[in-house]
Write a protein that binds this ligand. Sequence first.
Ligand code: SAH
Length: 271
Amino acid sequence: MCKMEAPASFTEGEVYQMDFNPGVYLETYYSLGASHCKGNKILTLNLRSLCEMFAFSDVKGDTLIDIGSGPTIYQLLSACEKFNEIIVSDYADRNRQELEKWLKKEPGAFDWTPVVKYVCELEGQREKWAEKEEKLRKKVKQVLKCDVRKPNPLAPVTLPAADCLLSTLCLEAACKDLGTFRAALKNISSLVKPGGHLVMVTVLKETYYVVDQHSFSCLYLDQESVEEAIKDAGFDIKFIKEIQEHSPNTFSDFGALLHVVACKRGPKPAQ
Ligand code: SAH
């Protein structure tokens, strides 16, 4: 196989709308346990960390908004134990359709069972995987279009400020430079209450990844720039962990993972 490299120009939302194949993305990166699954290591590291971050006692509340969900639900499996209502969102129509397929148990929906079982095992609830799937399906109330480059990323929909914002592997794919990344963090910050949380998973030191012969670009980030951008968007950082995980391969030039929990500054709204 020839080595693919970063595309000549940055692949923003419009390219995802045209060329991102959700089925192939899921098969490639989220078939836990399958030998062809390129993302097994990254996936299990992220699941472990999400489990740890959503176990923080004050990361809880009524509503959680997931930004740039793509076609995936793994990021919601620990979250759904701590929030009553979940809103998922993505820029690309086909990703939102893929999510709807799973939520409605339609034929051809991706099989998340191995991932759900893995998380239940981490949470010490081995037998409860079918219940967790059902719980999550019930809690996801809306699947919305979103664009992190807009001041209200969910426009034309306006939502009451949420208790928690979650975003996994989205901003570095959606933002062509650090200025756009910093602005996008400020845009999504408007969706969460003061005192509410941001839980973020970001890949560091990557410039591209491949899905189905298409190479998608990734904003090359380091921990310091992400930390500064989060603080500048109005959050105090509560937890930050960088995991070096460099394995040379031909599907991405991935360097490390960054896991963050932050709390939005400002007076808490009256209960
Ligand atoms: N959260 C998923 C998907 C990450 S892939 C996961 O953890 O695997 C990156 C996602 O960002 C894609 O689903 C893509 O459609 C979305 N995206 C790209 N540009 C965007 C934008 N401007 N606003 C919101 N989402 C965007």
